[in-house]
Design a protein around this ligand. Structure first.
Ligand code: AMP
Ligand code: GLY
Length: 424
């Protein structure tokens, strides 16, 4: 089969590598891909958000199946366009992608179908949002309705902070139209868990749980990023909690989407918080997480291609999907300065990595004699081992051998999870 992957980060690298384990995959095209992906795929400089460009590529190349992973092309209707051309694909329709693209849509869905989440009010005028802030007790969480590169969420400890967040989004339009509507949410507390799942709209199969580390600084300090590291499985996600999530969150969500006339197929990502009142949904994503995908997929023992085809063909109920009971850790190597400004074009030195450790390219470009940096999150070091402790240790061991000027990594990936395992 000839497969097209749309996107070009560490997540797409991880998905591509996993797909290649299935011998039916004879060719991979990536739009735009990245430097590392060029080693095993044909990459073309067409942006993931260039719907017309992608469609005309498909007219001149024999694509049997497309995998659309980033949020913005999905929200723009990339999967619908490809299906209309007769190309089957992995990824939800534009209508189903609203589960991520509109936080007001997903909040109303959860409220209507009784899916546990933080209480919230939505606003489309600045005045009403500001008077709500004045009448309610902080802390509160202010969220842009639309996509905002994962940066449209403000945790506000005081009314003053909440007021400036509201003004940034609605008045200054920090994220453009994404701030024309906002949500103000109850502040929840508890450990966070990411659960990625395969679904064909009727059956849902969760993957191994994981824990992202979103802030740039250690111990949750500094601004949020796309994710600085992941461990899997997440020890806070016990069997009991998994059972509750399946009954109260996962199945009700796909049934709700079906009832609303927009069944979801593809990867549905549940961002959960384990509160003292049980697990609640913090956010849905309509796609694999990055860097969750490239951490969780190495633990998958069955074919990713089979799972993806089953999501599109509606036969997930009869498809075997199995994960190993090993552990994985992923340490993200970023450009110094990220998520603020940083240098690009720096040569990367990649030394030998320990057994069980592999590099993932995220923001790299090929250059004479090797690779150079080309983004904020440049590479990931992923380790798989019998225990989480060993996986974390090996990932850091490997990270020492990937170097460029001013490379930055968090040193505490997995620390909270290991403390949980040790009962601290
Ligand atoms: P989101 O982009 O919606 O996942 O939010 C980014 C991060 O903000 C989450 O991973 C949480 O750490 C935090 N967050 C979002 N909503 C809430 C909430 N209602 N209460 C507490 N923290 C939240
Ligand atoms: N790592 C979080 C996300 O992909 O949204």
């Amino acid at each position: 089969m000839k497969i097209l992957i749309i996107g070009g980060g560490g997540r797409e690298y991880g998905i591509a590598k996993k797909l290649l384990e299935d011998e039916r995959v004879e060719k991979l095209y990536c739009l735009p891909g990245n430097g590392g992906m060029e080693e095993f795929a044909e990459c073309f400089p067409i942006k993931a958000t260039d719907l017309d460009g992608v469609c005309s590529f498909c007219e001149s190349h024999p694509v049997d199946f497309a995998v659309v992973t980033p949020d913005d092309p999905l929200a723009m209707g990339m999967a619908d366009r490809l299906r209309a051309m007769g190309i089957p694909c992995f990824g939800p329709s534009k209508a189903a992608a609203r589960i991520e693209a509109s936080k007001v849509f997903s909040k109303r869905l959860m409220e209507k179908y009784g899916i546990p989440t933080a209480g919230a009010a939505s606003f489309d005028s600045l005045e009403s949002a500001l008077s709500y802030v004045n009448e309610n007790e902080p802390p509160m969480v202010v969220k842009a309705d639309g996509l905002a590169l994962g940066k449209g969420v403000f945790i506000c400890r005081t009314r003053g902070e909440a007021e400036s967040a509201v003004r940034e989004l609605m008045e200054n339009r920090l994220f453009g139209e994404s701030g024309s509507r906002i949500l103000i949410e109850e502040f929840l507390e508890g450990p966070e868990v990411s659960v990625l799942s395969f679904t064909d709209g009727k059956t849902i199969v969760p993957m191994v749980s994981s824990m992202d580390h979103k802030t740039v600084g250690e111990g949750g300090s500094g601004p949020n990023t796309g994710g600085m590291g992941v461990i899997a499985p997440n020890p806070f996600y016990t069997e009991d909690i998994a059972k509750t999530c399946m009954e109260r969150i996962f199945l009700p969500t796909i049934r709700a989407m079906e009832a609303e006339g927009c069944p979801f197929s593809g990867c549905l990502y549940f961002g959960l918080m384990i509160t003292k009142d049980g697990p609640k949904v913090i956010e849905y994503n309509c796609r694999f997480g990055d860097p969750e995908a490239q951490t969780v997929l190495p633990l998958m023992e069955t074919s990713l291609l089979c799972a993806m085809l089953a999501c599109e063909n509606g036969d997930l109920h009869e498809t075997e999907i199995r994960f190993s009971d090993k552990a994985a850790a992923n340490v993200v190597l970023a450009s110094g300065g990220y998520p603020g400004s940083y240098k690009k074009g720096l040569p990367i030195s990649i030394g030998p990595l320990p057994a069980g450790v592999h590099p993932v390219h995220a923001g790299t470009k090929r250059a004479e004699g090797g690779f150079i940096t080309a983004g904020g999150r440049v590479m990931n070091v992923v380790a798989v081992a019998e225990t989480l402790e060993e996986a974390v240790e090996k990932a850091y061991e490997g990270a020492k051998n990937i170097v460029w000027e001013n490379v930055y990594m968090r040193r505490d990936i997995g620390r909270t999870a290991l403390e949980c395992i040790k009962g601290e």
